[in-house]
Design a protein around this ligand. Sequence first.
Ligand code: MG
Length: 203
Amino acid sequence: MKILCVGRNYVKHIEELNNQMPTEPVIFAKPDSALLLKNKPFFIPDFAEDFHHEVELVIRINRIGKNIASQFAHRYYDEIALGIDFTARDLQAELKSKGLPWEKAKAFDGSAVLSKLIDKSRFEDIQNINFHLERNGETVQKGNTSHMIFPIDQIISHVSQYFTLKIGDLIYTGTPAGVGPVAINDRLKGYIEDERLFDFLVK
Ligand code: MG
């Protein structure tokens, strides 16, 4: 399986990092070795200093597809989850400034936290879901999927022009504002609406 991620999909997050507004989705990938499942701790790697949490709604692809029209994209996923796209922000800034790829800063082991999956049919409107992240009991990121610049169906349509989507592939749909550093002994809890979907420690 592969993990595809959308960058810069919420206006306030683009503003907080002084990035340009995208005219089409910004896409990058992580290998399956990046996955961090089952509330296992996130061990801060030693190759950078400034690791940021980015909480994101994640969708799981349930059928194979290529060149999917956005009006049919909803048929290609039936489960969602909450994830964190961990980012070595200092390393990413260095790579960006040199015009180099982001993978070392974005796709390392443990950089793709994934909660348990939940059925999307539980939600009336997938583009109006609240989610938030608590760090040590304090809400640090809060989002609603209605604020995405590129909604989920458009993301699926876009990425499937380039990458054949397969069963089990994951798409991280971008983070709202409030990204920030994590430190050893932090406890991170992620919620979709009122349901806690992950709860793990930083070590
Ligand atoms: Mg992200």
